[in-house]
Design a protein around this ligand. Structure first.
Ligand code: DC
Length: 219
């Protein structure tokens, strides 16, 4: 069985999908981490994220792989485990920039489809239900108001000891939303057959329970 969860940054997709995967005995695939891996390569190699030609030219130098250690997803950039290096604001911003390019998206297509064809997965991202797994048995569009998404991201980063400002986070999320929704290739949008879930006023447990029941009904 494949479950697709799409939605904007900070809607709680990864937290929810991770808990659901545990509850259902599925593998959780965080596709944002794959794009982040590619972005890290561009940052390290001083490639300008707005230079479409240079970005596209480099895709073949980048090998992104996934594996699971004690149930946790690890991402590898050309053989190096970069799981802990891809969550910085700088990487987030570069990721949203380079994720607009068809060459970048194509590079990650098979990685995503292969893992879904071989396993029961819950995959989260922006175009999973619309593009990567159009035949997923359950599709969820998970969203929340920009204020609650910014607030959650702020708490998450502050907890990690990062020096963050709520207004900067809100501006960053709004900018990423805009770019993710308006890009030409595989923009963020709800699949026609997806279930819309607004988590602004729901607890994590409530969202998990709701989607778990939907999954059970379709299994
Ligand atoms: O989910 P995330 O915040 O880790 O995603 C980082 C960026 O990657 C986000 O701005 C959009 C992009 N992304 C995408 O275009 N398609 C996906 N399936 C996942 C992420």
């Amino acid at each position: 069985m494949n479950i697709a969860i799409d939605g904007p940054a900070g809607a709680g997709k990864s937290t929810i999908a991770r808990l659901l995967a545990k509850k259902l005995g599925f593998i959780y695939v965080d596709t944002g981490a794959l794009y982040r891996c590619m972005a890290l390569y561009y940052i390290r190699n001083n490639i300008d994220g707005s230079d479409a030609e240079k970005v596209a030219k480099c895709v073949d130098c980048i090998e992104v792989n996934l594996n699971y250690q004690n149930g946790a997803q690890h991402v590898f950039l050309n053989g190096e485990d970069v799981t802990d290096l891809i969550r910085t604001p700088k990487v987030s911003s570069m990721t949203s920039n380079v994720a607009v390019y068809p060459a970048v998206r194509e590079r990650l297509l098979d990685t995503q489809r292969n893992i879904a064809s071989e396993n029961d997965v819950i995959m989260d991202g922006r175009d999973i239900g619309t593009n990567i797994l159009p035949d997923a048995e359950l599709k969820i569009y998970l969203t929340a108001s920009i204020d609650s998404r910014a607030d959650r991201r702020y708490k998450e980063l502050a907890q990690k000891g990062e020096d963050v400002n709520i207004d900067d986070i809100k501006a960053d999320i709004a900018e990423r939303d805009e770019r993710d929704k308006n890009r030409k290739t595989a923009p963020l949008r709800m699949a026609e057959d997806a279930v819309y879930v607004d988590s602004s006023d729901m607890s994590i447990d409530e969202v998990v329970e709701h989607i778990f029941n939907l999954a059970k009904a379709r299994q």
